[in-house]
Write a protein of this length. Structure first.
Length: 255
């Protein structure tokens, strides 16, 4: 599976301007024969607390990316916001190459240190789905700090996609936690972060993918995106040779 990893410099709360950049990145990914392209959290707006301004009234962001998925024939993962009552929901949506919505995850852990919980309501379900013979899972940003959620995924999980607006000031944590989740889950972990500046916070180019043994995957550089290859057979061979997850004892941990 070939994945296009984006390093998108999101223009703060400007959906139409960001749509143009997304289209350009998707076009390149299609030309490079990627199977999927993954965008950062709150793709068209950046990590904003202005739910009323940035939320979709009728999931128009899904419609926009769905049309592009069909046009360019590749799967697309992206972030968007909906509003339910006074608070919003922070979503990670995954579309197949026909633009069909095959997964739509709601961020479980609002970032309380940054006040996200005041404006966004946390989701209540993990998200696992099958795609191209891979068992996949979705997470968003702050979720990365909670290994219990990852450990609750099916042992068959081949790849975890996580999208973020993770600040430059905590990048050591970003890389360490992505690598840790890959090692402990014995699966691929693909973390997609934004770049630039938004809402007074700086972000640095840091999207990265790790293999089941914790090694960072080799990347091929395009003009817009970076590309990595995920090989399910390599993951299966690795867990057969070093099957650590079978020794877990959840009954003891959560007694």
């Amino acid at each position: 599976m070939k994945i296009a990893m984006t390093d998108m410099n999101i223009i703060w709360e400007q959906k139409e301007a960001n749509k143009k950049e997304c289209r350009s990145m998707i076009q390149e990914a299609s030309e490079k024969k990627a199977d999927a392209i993954i965008f950062p959290e709150m793709t068209l707006t950046g990590f904003s607390m202005d739910v009323g301004k940035i939320s979709d009234a009728s999931k128009e962001s899904v419609s926009f990316f769905s049309e592009l998925a069909r046009q360019f024939q590749l799967a697309i993962g992206f972030g968007y916001v909906t509003r339910q009552g006074e608070k919003g929901k922070n979503h990670f949506c995954f579309l197949d190459r026909e633009g069909r919505r095959i997964a739509d995850y709601e961020k479980i852990h609002p970032f309380t240190c940054g006040g996200e919980d005041e404006f966004y309501e946390g989701g209540n379900r993990l998200c696992s789905f099958g795609w191209q013979d891979f068992s996949c899972a979705l997470f968003i940003c702050y979720d990365l700090r909670f290994p219990e959620a990852f450990q609750a995924l099916p042992e068959s999980t081949d790849v975890i996609f996580l999208i973020a607006n993770w600040p430059e000031s905590r990048l050591e944590h970003w890389y360490a936690l992505l690598q840790a989740r890959a090692i402990e889950m014995q699966c691929y972990v693909v973390g997609i972060n934004r770049t630039g500046e938004g809402g007074g916070i700086k972000y640095k180019k840091s999207s990265a993918a790790f293999s089941p043994d914790g090694k960072r995957l080799e990347e091929v550089f395009g003009e817009k995106n970076r590309y990595v290859e995920l090989d399910k057979s390599k993951r299966l061979r690795y867990i057969e040779e070093f099957p650590t997850r079978k020794d877990r004892r959840p009954a003891v941990y959560f007694a």
